[in-house]
Write a protein that binds this ligand. Structure first.
Ligand SMILES: C[S@@+](CC[C@H](N)C(=O)[O-])C[C@H]1O[C@@H](n2cnc3c(N)ncnc32)[C@H](O)[C@@H]1O
Length: 219
């Protein structure tokens, strides 16, 4: 991913065109961190093909996922339909640009949230307001609820030099400053970098570093 100027819907639709983009497995860090929380009502920002939402529903969450790509959302809905009977919670998906989506009235139908998740909700496009969108969703979290953000801390070992430096790569300390808004309303439960092994598009074995932040809303 190295474009910086493009229509976001077209950009992400192109990325999802053709075959499935992701593994279908939930992000292991989400499983580890969110697995410790009691199920409730959740919203996943940039849910892609829905693996995190489906995992949450499997744990008893009433989980909603939103993504700008209608192709990705169709795949997520099909997977939810296939797994519906085996999930104690629910998995619901919607497509749209989250900036206007969150500002629209339909959010009222979701009610106060127990959890907002944003896994690799990152984009190489210049006008992508990641922090603004996450904070807008954070306003919907009830006191006692959580905000989970998992993101690339650094490009993968195999990324070509010309692709490095594109897109936002949040640091744990930067995330806490950017996402603890309004000040004093959130406490930091986790703010760290975790490293994992990963395989590149050409089968390269390397390491990925992820920024992991879990905030709890206090008031
Ligand atoms: C790198 S992918 C991550 C997908 C998934 N969360 C995961 O962990 O595999 C980023 C996702 O954000 C979505 N996205 C980007 N900008 C968006 C926006 N403004 N509103 C909603 N979704 C957006 C993309 O379509 C894409 O599916």
């Amino acid at each position: 991913m190295h474009e910086t100027q493009s229509d976001p819907t077209e950009f992400w639709e192109d990325l999802y065109a053709g075959k499935s983009r992701w593994s279908g497995n939930p992000n292991p860090v989400l499983v580890d961190v969110v697995g410790a929380l009691s199920p409730g009502r959740s919203l996943d920002l940039g849910c892609g093909e829905g693996a995190d939402v489906l995992w949450l529903a499997g744990q008893g969450w009433d989980a909603t996922g939103v993504d700008i790509s209608s192709t990705a959302v169709s795949r997520a809905r099909a997977a939810a339909e296939q797994n519906r009977d085996s999930m104690p919670g629910s998995a619901t998906f919607d497509s749209g640009d989250l900036a206007p989506w969150l500002a629209r009235a339909r959010v009222e139908a979701l009610g106060p949230l127990d959890l907002v998740t944003a896994s690799f909700f990152q984009s190489p496009l210049d006008d992508f307001d990641r922090v603004g969108i996450i904070n807008l969703a954070g306003e919907m979290v009830r006191p006692g609820g959580y905000l989970f953000a998992l993101s690339h801390f650094a490009p993968p070992d195999w990324a070509p030099a010309e692709h490095r430096g594109h897109g936002d790569m949040p640091t744990p300390w930067g995330e806490v400053l950017d996402l603890s808004v309004p000040a004093g309303s959130w406490t930091v439960q986790i703010s760290e970098v975790r490293e994992r092994k990963a395989t590149g598009p050409e089968g390269q074995i390397g390491h990925m570093k992820d920024t992991v932040v879990l905030l709890r809303r206090e008031r």
